[in-house]
Design a protein around this ligand. Structure first.
Ligand code: M6R
Length: 615
């Protein structure tokens, strides 16, 4: 998953491309590159590492930067070949007349490469993309037309791609193509933009055309033409873009992650607004398209997701099973696929994804769709591929999330899952849970203020973060509905600080992980008053007996038990069932401040990308 950008108009192309790429860094940041066109000549500049390295190079190319008004650019998350300058995009053919940037994976690149080699092409990089550059150039040799060359080439390519190509002989256009990778064309006045995602162009335009799979487009200064898979000219809908440029500003925070953690109280208000009006009224969920009769026939729920979204799904399992009395399986999308999953028309399949573009989840969803299951998509991006696959789309509207570590989108996903479980229970008319649901609703209404009590008082968490930032390993334990909090807390810590952190259900500690415990292995326990509180406390005793340092995150601790812990983080009062939404804020902050003390690149951790569009 990489980011691509293109510009044609009167502005300095280099400025638009670099600005756009800076908003696509969440998609990868191994290397970057641009191709700038001027009167049929194309100059390519590439740099290994962060975008800043490319910016430094361009500072020395004032001449072409001031003249070029057409260009394409790329930011890479390496799949084929090391993250070197040589493998950075754009790529070209041997005569350097065609220049290409690509997001996706060309599955048959080996086979195509052999064929192209036999026709005299020489390859300089290890990438799959270079194969496409040669292939399109070969087709150009036959057709002498960039559009036709692209149309012919994509028919020979297997896999996923979003392409932007330019050719020296046709210096007034950018040709684009898409299959299973996002691509949007921003429409301006006498200028047009191409990007993998909206943040790259939102400063310049609020109108755009989304390309669908198998479409090819020709973008000039004043026109956009789209062709379908049969090469027929078609008209795509012009859409209004949903974001404001302000949404992608740090707003004074040191990192996007901290800003996004602090936005969570508003995210809760947002998700609940108009759906949860009061604790005594039924949830309004017009987006859920199954009739009451069909809901009553649901025999099982399958939740499929990856990473943080998977952890939200695990919380969903607890609440849906408890409140709607439907068995729920939660599975990593990458495990759901490539086996004969049992699902039918009475299975409700819920796909959860911040980006809506995660390749594993898209494949899993398509697989379930073929079996006739009703597909619910919970996503932060109503404009995403997954959203378009949904039978019922529950957009979570957390606002654009820039930091690679997911925080506010997790909170929004949790809220959607609470709403969905209330809704299913209410539609099934399960009266015995109505008072539990009423109390939970009231707790969610009060949740934003409690989140603010945590985010606005970071001192204790900061102090603890500093104290533990030198440890190399961490164990997170919890039970019941907070077991996913332990998993998510550990994921947050490891992905941004590179500390080896593992989440366990506390009861499992004694079945193996306890062997790891000594004074060098801090254990963080999440314990909320409720059915498993005493059990987790006993697990803490077991850890303490092995001299592990103990941090407790809890809404209540008796005076007599305080001495068990080296450090305590007390959260506001909350029921066990609602507590994952508060505990996670503490764990996100702890991870953030540890990474910050360690001087890590919090928003762009190594080896990661925000949108994982490869399987
Ligand atoms: O966009 P998605 O929610 O589908 O992404 C899934 C994971 O890649 C994502 O949650 C990842 O684990 C994050 N880096 C977690 O912070």
């Amino acid at each position: 998953m990489c980011g691509i950008i293109g510009y044609i108009g009167d502005k300095k192309a280099s400025e638009v491309l670099i600005n756009g790429l800076s908003h696509l860094e969440y998609r990868g940041y191994d290397s970057s590159g641009v191709a700038l066109s001027y009167k049929g000549e194309v100059e390519i500049y590439k740099a290994q590492g962060k975008l800043i390295n490319l910016i430094e190079i361009l500072k020395t190319k004032e001449d072409i930067c001031s003249k070029s008004h057409l260009g394409i650019g790329h930011i890479r998350w390496a799949t084929h070949g090391l993250p070197t300058t040589l493998n950075a995009h754009p790529h070209t053919c041997n005569c350097k007349s065609l220049t290409l940037v690509h997001n996706g994976i060309i599955e048959n690149y080996q086979e195509l490469k052999e064929e192209l080699k036999s026709k005299g092409c020489t390859f300089v990089s290890q990438t799959d993309t270079e194969v496409a550059a040669h292939l399109i150039a070969q087709e150009y040799g036959k057709t002498k037309d960039l559009l036709c060359a692209m149309q012919n080439a994509v028919k020979k390519i297997k896999g996923a791609f979003a392409f932007c190509a330019i050719h020296k002989n046709e210096p007034d256009k950018i040709v684009v193509a898409k299959r299973n990778a996002p691509l949007v064309i921003g429409l301006g006045d006498g200028e047009n933009f191409i990007a993998s995602d909206i943040p790259a162009i939102i400063e310049y335009t609020k109108k755009a055309i989304y390309l669908s799979d198998y479409q090819v487009g020709v973008v000039t200064k004043n026109d956009v033409k789209i062709y379908d898979k049969d090469d027929k000219l078609i008209q795509n809908k012009v859409e209004n873009l949903p974001f404001e440029a302000i949404a992608i500003s740090k707003m004074g925070y040191k990192h996007f992650m901290l800003k996004e953690i602090n936005e969570q109280s508003d995210v809760v208000r947002n998700v609940l607004s108009s759906k949860l009006v009061s604790s005594s009224e039924n949830v309004v969920l017009n987006e859920f398209k199954l009739s009451k009769e069909k809901i009553k026939k649901i025999t099982r729920v399958q939740i499929i997701a990856c990473g943080t979204s998977l952890h939200a799904g695990l919380v969903g399992k607890y609440i849906i099973e408890q409140l709607a009395k439907i068995p729920v399986d939660v599975e990593a999308s990458s495990e759901y696929i490539y086996r004969d999953t049992i699902a039918d028309e009475n299975t409700l399949v819920i796909g959860i994804s911040q980006s809506g573009e995660t390749a594993d989840t898209i494949t899993a969803i398509k697989q379930a769709k073929e079996k006739g299951s009703h597909i619910v998509i919970i996503t932060n991006r109503a404009d995403s591929t997954m959203a378009r696959l949904a039978d019922s789309l529950l957009p979570v509207n957390a606002g654009i999330e820039v930091s690679v570590a997911a925080t506010k989108s997790y909170m929004a996903q949790l809220m959607s899952l609470y709403l969905l479980s209330f809704y299913l229970s209410e539609q099934k008319e399960i009266k015995e849970y109505s008072s539990i649901i009423k109390n939970l609703k009231q707790e969610l209404i009060e949740l934003p203020n409690k989140i603010e009590l945590i985010t606005q008082n970071p001192q204790n968490i900061q102090k603890i973060a500093k104290k533990y930032s030198s440890y190399k390993d961490f164990i997170f334990i919890a039970r019941g509905i907070n077991y996913p909090s332990a998993l998510e807390g550990a994921l947050k810590l490891k992905e941004i600080s590179y500390i080896n952190a593992t989440g366990y259900c506390a009861g499992e500690l004694k079945h193996g992980p306890i062997a790891m415990l000594d004074e060098n292995m801090p254990v963080l326990a999440v314990l909320n008053t409720g059915i498993v509180y005493d059990k987790v406390l006993s697990n803490c005793e077991e850890a303490r007996a092995r001299q592990a340092k103990l941090i407790g995150v809890t809404n209540h601790i008796a005076e007599k038990d305080k001495g068990l812990f080296d450090d305590l983080i007390i959260i506001p009062q909350i029921s066990d069932m609602a507590s994952p939404a508060l505990n996670i804020v503490v764990l996100q902050m702890l991870a953030y401040y540890i990474a910050e003390y360690l001087g890590k690149d919090v928003d762009q951790p190594r080896n990661l990308a925000k949108s994982v569009t490869v399987e």
